[in-house]
Write a new protein. Structure first.
Lengths: 211, 219
């Protein structure tokens, strides 16, 4: 009978956490970029770009992430981690796009008119007037989506990506006693919990510093 | 992807997908009912005066909102049997989904109750109503309008998250599609068809949520 959490085990779990964070952070950064583009495209409501963005968002948002993760792994010739990041980015971009569009819609039309009357272009208005207000308003749902992205990395364990959840499952095989298994689950859950709380805390602090 | 004979075989095996679809729908429906009850109860406690209960509920909300659903379901499936509690995969799915989504639902209900003007509550109290009466007769009916669009979105999330049942071999649509695909190696066909089935469930719901949102903004 070995003792609970030995040095090796901790290193193994930390490596899992590392992969979880790599997948989560890449997803968050990439989907913030793609999501913004898609959300703005759909917000304009005119032209082929808006139609395509709407089609993409409506389709992807209504299909489970797990289907993308498994589907991409088995149909695209990509290494597991890249395939996981791709699937998660495809999915999360659609979610982020809807949040951004919702935020844009909540900005009064008068802001646009005022900026146009001052000679701002569409892009100028967006960058300098509308988006800064939007980002402030959508901070909460956006953070919620990013937290969800961190949690969703656990879905990647189904394609044997060695992230935290999967590393935990491997180690579990070593334990016989119930108390050890329960403690291991608790440790993994607490790690996800702490990472998410940390992210929420940082975002709260950033808002306070801004205002 | 477009090989006709593969699609033909898929439609000959339609019952595999139909069965999985049925389980996904049943799971989502049962979890939705449980989740709504849980959200309302937790939401009401969060808006009440009892500090201890409020703290416990906040702990529940924070914990379940910030840990992955997969861990919760795997915990119920792998660990609870060691304590003598053996749950079927379907039951694990119901408990997991309703506890997880209920944590989000409770925050929505709490926010919606707080959005109802305080005067409503005070007026009800002044008429001699107690907390439960005030909430169910006066406040909640008004809170529904604010709460419904985000709740509908949570329902869509719940249907999508029901695919987590595949982790415990729950026989839901995702699981059936995956196992059929690995039997036949017709991966793209199986996954595209499954995607369309999920879309047929979720798209009407999220469009409805979108309409409700627009209406709420206009009022």
């Amino acid at each position: 009978m070995n003792s609970f959490l030995t040095g090796d085990t901790i290193v193994f779990l930390l490596r899992g956490l590392g992969i979880t964070l790599v997948i989560a952070l890449s997803t968050i950064v990439l989907s913030f970029i793609f999501g913004s583009v898609l959300g703005i495209a759909r917000y304009t409501e005119r032209g082929i770009a808006a139609k395509l963005a709407a089609l993409y968002i409506d389709t992807v948002r209504n299909i489970p992430l797990l289907l993308f993760i498994i589907g991409f792994r088995f149909t695209l010739p990509l290494p597991p981690v890249i395939s996981a990041i791709t699937a998660m980015t495809v999915f999360t971009s659609a979610m982020v796009a809807e949040i951004i569009r919702g935020g844009l819609n909540s900005i009064p039309q008068g802001q646009w008119e005022a900026a146009y009357s001052q000679g701002f272009s569409f892009a100028g208005t967006l960058m300098h007037v509308v988006l800064p207000q939007t980002v402030r308003r959508i901070r909460k749902p956006l953070m919620g989506q990013f937290v969800t992205a961190i949690k969703d990395t656990s879905f990647c364990s189904i394609i044997a990506v060695k992230e935290l959840m999967y590393s935990g499952t491997i180690i579990m095989g070593k334990y016989v006693k119930s108390i050890q298994v329960i403690a291991l689950y608790a440790v993994i859950a607490l790690v996800y919990f702490s990472v998410n709380m940390l992210l929420l805390g940082i975002s709260k602090k950033m808002v306070k510093e801004q205002s | 992807m477009f090989e006709l004979y593969r699609w033909k075989e898929l439609f000959q095996n339609w019952f595999v997908f139909a069965e999985g679809f049925g389980i996904t729908v049943a799971l989502s429906a049962v979890s939705l009912a449980a989740m709504l009850i849980l959200s309302i109860v937790v939401g009401l406690v969060r808006c009440s005066g009892n500090r201890v209960l409020k703290g416990i509920m906040l702990a529940y909300i924070n914990f379940f909102q910030n840990t992955p659903l997969v861990i919760q379901i795997l915990f119920m499936y792998n660990v609870l049997p060691r304590a003598g509690i053996v749950l079927s995969p379907f039951a694990c799915g119901v408990f997991g989904l309703s506890l997880y989504t209920g944590a989000f639902g409770a925050s929505i209900i709490e926010a919606a109750i707080n959005a109802v003007p305080k005067g409503q509550k005070e007026a009800a109290y002044s008429q001699g109503m107690d907390y439960i009466q005030t909430m169910f007769i006066i406040v909640l009916p008004q809170a529904v309008r604010t709460a419904l669009p985000p709740l509908a979105n949570q329902c869509v999330n719940m249907i999508k998250n029901s695919s987590a049942l595949a982790f415990v071999a729950g026989g839901d649509l995702m699981y059936r599609a995956d196992s059929w695909a690995s039997d036949t190696l017709y991966y793209p066909q199986s996954f595209i068809f499954t995607g369309l089935l999920y879309l047929s469930l979720c798209l009407p719901l999220s469009k409805w949520a979108e309409r409700l949102e627009k209406k709420a903004v206009r009022v």
